[in-house]
Design a binder for this molecule. Sequence first.
Ligand SMILES: [Zn+2]
Length: 318
Amino acid sequence: MYLNRIQFQPGMAIPEFLSHFGTEAQCTKAIKAARWPSGFRCPRCNLAEHYVVGHGARKLFQCNGCRHQTSVTAGSLMEHTKLPLRTWFLAIYLISQAKTGLSALALKRQLGVSYPTAWLMHQKLNSAMAQQDNVHQLSGFVQLDDAYLGGERAGGKVGRGSENKVPFVAAVSVDFRGHPRYLKLNLVSGFTREAISKWAKAHLSPQTTVISDGLGCFAAVADGGCKHVPVVVGARRPRDLPQFKWVNTVLGNLKTTLAGAFHSLKYSKYADRYLAAFSYRFNRRFDLRELITGLIVDVARCRPFKEDVIRVHAEARF
Ligand SMILES: [Zn+2]
């Protein structure tokens, strides 16, 4: 019943989305409202008084004080874009509807843009999601597990430490009723005490109670001021226990979703962004309408990325 309530909630259908964000004027207005919720401010001198130069999608705001000219997208993820804003908004919509953020190829087909364009948009939007989710830390009770992407690839050895696998930690906070709240999926350099220590300091609030299996490195969550509760039960795999129900459910869903969407995914390159898209969506699953409008705000407020940075291989942060 609990999952049904989430799965059958009303989202936002395409016609409704287009009625709100189908024109350049509507998209411009939405970005302006997201970036300057209390009204426009000059990015140089912070003056509110300004006038508008030009018209349409490329109109500029000129400061009455210092004469600085800026556009609605300058200094944001969408700066210097040659695409109509409504194409960006449609991409945001499509990505928000897909559990792992939709593949770049699907985006290319649905938007009618070139593959390199779709690819870059895809990377930028996923990066915006990752950046936003990294702001928050998990707290309360957290189920923690080690996991790999690409684990089924032929040639790898079975079990922990196999080759051709991208290691990541999966952590789900649960509320007092035992229901899942928030999710973190973060790449790690390996399952070492050092990596888990760094991860815990970045992603867990002090005083968090962390439940994991007996893997030694997990004790390092104590470095982040957390209480560690290892669960080790004889021959039975600890992850089959109810204490790990939600982290296992999430990992199962992730695996199914990735298997369906990305047949030839180079996990080692862009794994962090796919994981980010998945957890971003999971963390906002209670309100699918808010997920869309919230992503518009997050993208509008996200600082620009340089293309060469985007293309650098995603490396473990911890
Ligand atoms: Zn100014």
